[in-house]
Design a protein around this ligand. Structure first.
Ligand SMILES: Cc1cc2nc3c(=O)[nH]c(=O)nc-3n(C[C@H](O)[C@H](O)[C@H](O)COP(=O)(O)OP(=O)(O)OC[C@H]3O[C@@H](n4cnc5c(N)ncnc54)[C@H](O)[C@@H]3O)c2cc1C
Length: 379
C-alpha cells in the first residue's frame, strides 16, 4: 500500500512542503508508492507579506493571489474541505464535509489568525493590514487622513516580527511625502520594555525612531480601545489619545488545533529541531502553528519546510533522519517607502541588521514576485 502523507493547511508552509516532496519523490508518487493529499480552506492562495503594501497603494491586489491548484504540483490531491478534527492516536483527520482521511505521516500547517476581538473596542476602533479587508479599509482611511495623532499599537504574539517597525517607518515616509508629517505625531507602543522583542532589532530601531521623531511607549500591554473617546489604554495604566489607530492584533493558532486538543491557543508543542509534534513520531508541524519560541514568519516556515521535506523523504525511502532544523530565519525589513534592510538569525546566531539601502528594498520587492517560484519549490 502507498505511504500516505496528509497535509492540513494549504498556505505557505503546506504548499512548499507538498511541492518540495513532489520534487523529491515524484517518481514514487507516479508509481503509486506514495500519495500526498492536502486539505485546505480555499481555492485561492494569498501571498500575505504583500498585504504590507496595500494601505500605501503600492501593490495591485491581483499580485497577491494565485489559484491554489495552479501553484500545486499536479501529483498532489487537493481538497477544499477544512479539517474539523485531528485524531493523532487513530491517525485520522475528519473534515467539515464529514470525510475521514487516514495517514501514515501528517503535516500540520494551519498557520495563525488575528484576534482583534480579544481586546475590547479594537475591532471598532482600530485599523490593521493583517487581512485583505483590513488593509483595504486602512488604505481608504489613510487617503482621507489629514494629520493628527497616530498610534501604532503592537500586540503579541503576532506573525512577521518586523512588520510593526516596517509599518511605522513606511507610515512616516508616506505621510512625509504627502506633506502631512508637520501636523502628525506617531506613537509606537510595544508590550515589553524595548521597541522590539529581538534585542539587536530594538537597538537599531530605537535611534531610527528618535531620528524620525517617532515617539514610543514600551511596557504597553493593550487593555482596551474606546472608539468614541478615541483612546487606547494599557494594563500598565497608560492612556493614549489617537486620531488614527493602527494595530498589530494579537494572534492565536487555528481553531482546529484547540478543538482537537493539540495545543493551547492553537499552538502545537513541537520539537525545535525535528519539527515533530511532542509525543508523536509521524506528525510534523510547520510554520506559524508551532509553539517554538522563534519568529512566526514566512521565511521560518520556508526553512522549516525544507527540513521536513528532506526528513520525510529520508524516513520514507531510507528509514533514517536527514537533518535538524537550525532555527534559521531571514527577513527583509522595509525602513521607508524606498529603503530597506534585512536580518537573519538562527538558534545560535543573533540578528544583526545592517544599514538600510534602496537596493535591499528592491530585493524585497523582487522577492515578492519570486515568492510564487518559492511556493512551487523552485527557489
Ligand atoms: C502583513 C503581513 C506581512 C508579512 N510579512 C512577512 C515578511 O516580510 N516576511 C516573512 O517571512 N513573513 C511575513 N509574514 C508572515 C507570513 O505570511 C506567515 O508567517 C506565513 O504565511 C506562515 O505560513 P503558514 O503556512 O504557517 O501559515 P499560512 O500561510 O497562514 O497558512 C495556513 C493555512 O492553513 C489553513 N487552515 C487553517 N485552518 C485549517 C483547517 N482547519 N483545515 C485546513 N486548512 C486550514 C489556512 O486557511 C491557511 O491557508 C507576513 C504576514 C502578514 C500578514
Amino acid at each position: 500500500m502507498a505511504t500516505r502523507i496528509l497535509i492540513v493547511g494549504g498556505g505557505l508552509a503546506g504548499t512548499i512542503i507538498a511541492n518540495g516532496l513532489c520534487r523529491q519523490v515524484g517518481d514514487e508518487i507516479s508509481k503509486g508508492n506514495i500519495s500526498i493529499t492536502m486539505l485546505g480552506t480555499s481555492e485561492t492562495h494569498m501571498y500575505q507579506p504583500g498585504l504590507l503594501y496595500v494601505p500605501f497603494g503600492k501593490i495591485r491586489e491581483k499580485e497577491l493571489f494565485r489559484p491554489q491548484r495552479k501553484v500545486l504540483d499536479k501529483k498532489i490531491i487537493f481538497h477544499v474541505d477544512p479539517a474539523k478534527n485531528i485524531d493523532v492516536d487513530s491517525q485520522k483527520v475528519t473534515t467539515e464535509s464529514g470525510k475521514v482521511y487516514e495517514y501514515d505521516y501528517l503535516v500540520i500547517a494551519t498557520g495563525s489568525r488575528i484576534m482583534p476581538q480579544n481586546i475590547p473596542g479594537m475591532v471598532e476602533g482600530a485599523h490593521w493590514l493583517y487581512d485583505l479587508d483590513g488593509a483595504r479599509k486602512m488604505r481608504d482611511a489613510l487617503e482621507a487622513f489629514e494629520g493628527g495623532k497616530i498610534v501604532v499599537n503592537v500586540n503579541a504574539p503576532h506573525k512577521c516580527p518586523v512588520a510593526p517597525v516596517e509599518i511605522t517607518f513606511m507610515l512616516h515616509d508616506y505621510l512625509s511625502k504627502k506633506g502631512l508629517m508637520d501636523k502628525t505625531e506617531i506613537t509606537y507602543t510595544y508590550p515589553i520594555g524595548r521597541v522590539h522583542a529581538l534585542e539587536p532589532v530594538a537597538e537599531w530601531a530605537k535611534p531610527a525612531m528618535d531620528q524620525h521623531g517617532i515617539k514610543y511607549e514600551t511596557f504597553f500591554n493593550t487593555k482596551e480601545v474606546d472608539p468614541k473617546a478615541k483612546t487606547i489604554s494599557s494594563e500598565e495604566g497608560v492612556t493614549l489619545n489617537y486620531d488614527f489607530l493602527v494595530t498589530i492584533p494579537p494572534h492565536n493558532g487555528a481553531e482546529i488545533i484547540t478543538n482537537s486538543g493539540l495545543g493551547d491557543g492553537g499552538w502545537v508543542p513541537t520539537n525545535k529541531t525535528k519539527l515533530l509534534r511532542e509525543g508523536s513520531e509521524n506528525v510534523f508541524v510547520c510554520g506559524d502553528t508551532t509553539n517554538i519560541p522563534i519568529s512566526k514568519a514566512g521565511s521560518t516556515a520556508h526553512f522549516e519546510a525544507d527540513t521536513i521535506i528532506d526528513n520525510l523523504t529520508s524516513l520514507i525511502t531510507e528509514k533514517r533522519w536527514a537533518r535538524d532544523y537550525d532555527g534559521k530565519v531571514f527577513c527583509f525589513v522595509e525602513t521607508g517607502m524606498n529603503s530597506g534592510t534585512y536580518v537573519w538569525f538562527d538558534y545560535n546566531t543573533p540578528p544583526n541588521p545592517g544599514a538600510p539601502s534602496q537596493m535591499i528594498h528592491w530585493f524585497k520587492l523582487a522577492y515578492n514576485r519570486l515568492y510564487w517560484l518559492s511556493a512551487r519549490g523552485l527557489l
